[in-house]
Design a protein around this ligand. Structure first.
Ligand code: NAD
Ligand code: UGA
Length: 469
């Protein structure tokens, strides 16, 4: 089966970059990214490439090359579904906020809406690809919707056929284009060989065959949740050791290096920090926990829940140590927050540790000067939601947005590095601390600043996992 037209439902952090790379690698395939958010689509079509809705290194160049040729962004969902041979579902799958399974289960309403739209508007033979991260057995739900909604009163039922594949995405934000160009593996789960091969043939344009794994649907869905759970587990593990380093005089960087040399452990994902953020780790582990509970696997559920517990604990302990070092009160003290994104090289703030840490500092009455090279002020406003925070607190602090670290540091009592942006590594704190209020502090939760600061008379330094602080 030759694929000529692809439609991707959802133009977010996954849909946008993934379709851009497929468009780049397969110029003969027409690709339409559709989204219910007219604002997002407008931004994808912005002539000024710095205004694309997401910041991702290397993305703007590909959009520039392919947009208007074989890569299109629109809100014409029905029309684009109707002309597609293959449809990717790449919509958001957050944790349910209310109702059955609230706080753990995935809210499938956007996936279901997409499946219903496909059932209604698709024509002929259509391959539906789950790109979103989904609970195990969701493909069954999608198949059900596709079959049952077409059977009922649709005169053209005979002309429509659907197959469902699971093709989870493993890209990480900040390195998405590189991850898509050179994936460690591509995973395709499904039952129909012709559909699997149609998708495989697309990836074969640039991915070695041995890296393309095919499995059944359920293994593909569960592998994605498991991969994220394992990655998050490594971060909680190394973060749990960071405090031991601080207590014992060891250095977490040395420990990471030493253990990472063991090939069985490996060197990646061993950086201690303020806890993992991002839209997926927490929600995917919670989903795993929900599935375990569903099957009454209580010990397994508890095991994975602890990964999240350690993550919350790490964020909390950072707040506490800031307060403790600033003489146990931060009311009316100015604290400079360097970095608000959940990691470097992205403008995404979903589940960023900065949100909880800033909220806690505001609760204690601090004045925050916030700087991030890519996150907009309006996004921080949404994330901190001061109105909600301040309802019962007379001592609530305030925050201001700054355009440079230098201006954000003036008169500050402390600076807190929360995101490992490259530009923070070269800040001369020794020099800039002269504009801060003495005695001032640097809390480096990513351990990225220059070690010479240790002997600085101008500034006290705390670095995560550094027992020589
Ligand atoms: P996102 O919120 O950035 O994008 C989802 C988009 O889907 C939004 O723009 C939304 O408006 C749109 N949408 C929702 N319902 C729609 C509908 N019925 N029709 C058209 N558009 C609709 O989310 P994301 O970060 O791109 O994540 C998408 C999925 O991919 C999630 O399941 C996530 O777990 C998974 N994932 C994300 C990443 C990542 O790094 N962000 C990596 C791998 C997998
Ligand atoms: C993660 C996975 O890495 C991707 O494979 C997966 O596709 C994606 O989730 C997803 O399903 O959404 P992402 O969240 O974009 O990607 O970014 P990561 O690089 O994994 O970082 C996640 C969080 O962990 C960040 O807050 C980061 O700062 C933190 N982290 C990462 C550490 O604290 N230490 C590390 O060593 C690595």
């Amino acid at each position: 089966m030759e694929i000529k037209n692809i439609c991707c439902i959802g133009g977010g952090y996954v849909g946008g970059p993934t379709m851009s790379v497929i468009a780049d690698k397969c110029p003969e395939i027409q690709i339409d990214v559709v989204d219910i958010s007219a604002e997002r689509i407008r931004d994808w079509n912005n002539e000024d490439l710095s205004k694309l809705p997401i910041y991702e290194p290397g993305l703007a160049e590909i959009v520039k090359k392919c947009r208007g040729k074989n890569l299109h962004f629109s809100v014409e969902i029905e029309k684009k579904i109707s002309t597609a041979d293959m449809i990717f579902i790449s919509v958001n799958t957050p944790t349910k906020k209310r109702g059955l399974g609230a706080g753990q289960a995935i809210d499938l309403r956007w996936v279901e809406a997409s499946a219903r739209q496909i059932a209604k508007y698709a024509k002929g033979e259509t391959i539906v690809v789950e790109k979103s991260t989904l609970p195990v057995k969701t493909a069954e739900t999608i198949k059900d919707i596709l079959l049952k909604s077409t059977k009922k009163d649709d005169q053209q039922y005979e002309e429509k056929t659907f197959t469902v594949l699971s093709n989870p995405e493993f890209l990480a934000e900040g390195t998405a284009i590189n991850d898509l160009n050179s994936p460690d593996r591509v995973l395709i789960g499904g039952e129909d060989d012709a559909s699997i091969n149609a998708l495989k043939n697309i990836y074969l344009r640039w991915v070695e065959e041995k890296k393309i794994l095919t499995t059944n649907l359920w293994s593909a869905e569960l592998s994605k949740l498991t991969a994220n759970a394992f990655l998050a587990q490594r971060i909680s593990s190394i973060n749990s050791i960071s405090i031991l380093c601080e207590k014992t005089g060891a250095d977490i960087k040395d420990v990471s290096l030493a253990i990472g040399k063991d090939k069985r452990i490996g060197k990646h994902f061993l950086n201690s920090g303020p806890g993992f953020g991002g839209s997926c780790f927490k929600k995917d582990i919670l989903n795993l926990v929900y599935i375990c509970d569903y099957y009454s696997l209580n010990e397994i559920s508890e095991y994975w829940q602890n990964i999240i517990k350690i993550n919350d604990w790490q964020q909390k302990r950072i707040c506490n140590l800031i307060i403790k070092n600033l003489f146990n009160t931060i009311s009316d003290k100015t604290i400079t927050i360097l970095g608000f994104a959940f990691k470097a090289n992205t403008n995404d703030t979903r589940e960023s540790p900065a949100i909880n840490i800033c909220k806690n500092l505001l609760e204690e009455g601090a004045k925050l000067n916030i700087y991030d090279p890519k996150v907009k002020k309006s996004q921080i406003e949404k994330d901190l939601n001061l109105k909600e925070l301040g309802s019962n607190n007379n001592n609530q602090g305030s925050w201001e947005f700054f355009n440079s670290p230098k201006s954000a540091l003036i008169n500050a009592d402390a600076a807190v590095i929360l995101t490992e942006w490259e530009e923070f590594k070269s800040i001369d704190f020794n020099h800039l601390s002269k504009s801060m209020r003495s005695p001032c502090w640097l809390f480096d939760t990513r351990s990225i600043t220059n070690c010479d600061l240790k002997n600085s008379e101008n500034i006290n330094v705390w670095k995560i996992g550094d027992g020589q602080n």
